[in-house]
Write a protein that binds this ligand. Structure first.
Ligand SMILES: CC(C)(COP(=O)(O)OP(=O)(O)OC[C@H]1O[C@@H](n2cnc3c(N)ncnc32)[C@H](O)[C@@H]1OP(=O)(O)O)[C@@H](O)C(=O)NCCC(=O)NCCS
Length: 177
């Protein structure tokens, strides 16, 4: 599976070096600040395994995002089913994560728009969710730019996060077909 936008290629994690690049982004404390902290190499590999298993089971997953002009690894973007441990387990959820050098250039929004078109088109999804911590304003700005609708009545708590911690609460946005 592969999508193309004006500046980006979205593809599976199937090339030598893909896992190295993903492990590097997951070791960056700034990128991982709202995602529960940095990951070890094994943990990052396990995330890619989960993504690839989702492609096989559901026909969707996170795409690796690559810049067309120079082939640079920029991060990932795509739809996964929400973790089983969450109150909203199983909903189709957008995720995006970019290397820091790629922030502020519209890449996350450009990639996500292509993923939405694929999700509502090829996959026939009626809605796509996105959620993040209240303090993750950059991620919420992507949701707003995409035209997603804030749905406070669907906000939930992460059961494995400390009650007063910054990652306990979620803010939910929904896009509909
Ligand atoms: C969330 C994340 C992907 C957002 O990245 P981002 O670069 O802010 O978002 P976009 O790629 O859509 O870029 C938008 C910015 O690029 C600017 N931009 C520059 N050129 C642009 C272009 N050609 N087209 C569109 N926007 C452009 C926009 O004006 C906007 O700038 P602003 O942030 O100053 O308002 C990124 O911050 C990240 O990886 N964070 C860590 C991981 C994370 O939190 N993931 C989400 C968990 S839910």
């Amino acid at each position: 599976m592969r999508l193309e936008t004006e500046r980006l290629i979205l593809r599976r994690f199937d090339q030598p070096g893909d896992r190295d690049a993903f492990a590097a982004i997951c070791a960056d404390p700034v990128v991982m600040d709202w995602l529960g902290g940095t990951l070890t190499r094994d943990e990052a590999d396990a995330r890619v395994d989960r993504v690839e298993a989702s492609w096989e089971a559901n026909g969707h997953g996170r795409f690796l995002v690559e810049r067309k002009s120079d082939g640079a690894f920029l991060g990932w973007n795509g739809i996964m089913r929400a973790f089983e441990t969450l109150p909203i387990a199983g909903v189709p959820e957008m995720g995006w994560r970019l290397v820091r050098e790629a922030w502020g250039q519209g890449y996350a929004t450009e990639a996500a728009a292509a993923v939405f078109a694929d999700g509502f088109g090829r996959l026939g999804l009626p809605e796509i969710w996105a959620f993040t911590a209240p303090s993750n304003l950059r991620s919420q700005a992507v949701m707003t730019r995409l035209g997603m609708v804030r749905r406070p009545e669907l906000d939930f708590e992460y059961p494995d996060q400390p009650v007063d911690g910054p990652l306990r609460q979620s803010v939910v946005f929904i896009a509909t077909a």
